[in-house]
Design a protein around this ligand. Structure first.
Ligand SMILES: Nc1ncnc2c1ncn2[C@@H]1O[C@H](COP(=O)(O)OP(=O)(O)OP(=O)(O)O)[C@@H](O)[C@H]1O
Ligand SMILES: [Mg+2]
Length: 248
């Protein structure tokens, strides 16, 4: 099957600084990719380029067969809202809107989503009972799950998450990882930035950036075909995140 994402010799240059240097990467559909690397190594820069929030100085990104450099800004916005779900470390929730209304606003305020659809997305992250709460009435973990629900509107093919568990305690981290496992089990392609090896261990593949360069690219070892099976198992039994099981 064709790759959902092709990054070809991408560089991002800010004056004397090369935030990304000649990065190339192919990602097949359904893969869960973790991006690691020290602070300032270019992880968010790469995510922003994949997420159509930024453009490379050099090189090409091809998403689902579409060469992004060939698109006009309006067309980039269309791809972003139709094919991509974005989850950030900073929650970016609107403080005076309820959880449900935040999800209805969808990402980038491109449209108002049907209330039923928004409710369904909240259910998928286990938050239907918090739908009428304002962000300040929600815990950090719950706010992050609202952001995930918002990213799931439109059922994006590609889910990009920049340190989605960075602000969370262990229990909420586990809830978020559980949701990501279920999404991967459902066929979504996931790109996850994380500093935490135990979070990266959930992914199928880990790349490491150093000074904007691709320093490492490895598959996480699993027993047999444990990835999809573990994900399916998770969908049935809550509370069985396979971190230890799946880590190499
Ligand atoms: N708009 C910008 N203008 C100039 N330099 C920038 C800009 N955005 C990012 N940089 C620089 O590019 C480098 C990579 O930044 P990036 O945000 O991608 O790092 P990161 O790997 O996500 O780090 P962290 O783990 O701290 O989030 C950094 O040195 C940063 O200062
Ligand atoms: Mg970053």
């Amino acid at each position: 099957m064709a790759n959902i994402m092709e990054i070809q010799n991408v560089s991002k240059i800010y004056g004397p600084l090369k935030a990304l240097q000649d990065v190339s990467l192919s990602v097949p559909p359904g893969q869960w990719l973790a991006i690691m690397g020290p602070s300032g190594s270019g992880k968010t820069t790469l995510m922003n380029i994949i997420g159509c929030l930024d453009t490379p100085s050099l090189g090409e990104v091809i998403l689902d067969g579409v060469r992004l450099s060939s698109l006009k800004p309006g067309e980039l916005t269309t791809i972003r809202r139709e094919a991509i779900g974005l989850i950030f470390q900073q929650f970016h929730l609107v403080s005076y809107l309820t959880a449900l209304e935040n999800v209805m606003m969808a990402q980038f305020y491109h449209s108002l989503v049907d209330e039923g659809e928004a409710m369904e997305a909240l259910e998928r992250v286990g938050l239907s009972d918090r739908a009428r709460h304002l962000p300040r009435q929600l815990s950090g973990g719950e706010q992050q799950r609202v952001c995930i629900a918002r990213a799931l509107i439109n059922h994006p093919k590609l889910l990009l998450a920049d340190e989605p568990t960075g602000n969370l305690d262990e229990i909420n981290e586990k809830l978020v990882m559980d949701i990501l496992h279920k999404l991967r089990g459902g066929g979504s392609t996931i790109v996850l930035v994380t500093h935490a090896p135990e979070v990266a261990a959930h992914a199928d593949r880990v790349i490491v950036l150093e000074h904007g360069k691709l320093a490492e690219d490895r598959l996480n070892e699993r027993g047999g075909d444990a990835g999809p099976l573990a994900a399916a198992g998770l969908a049935e039994s809550e509370g069985e995140v396979g971190g230890a099981k799946m880590a190499s």
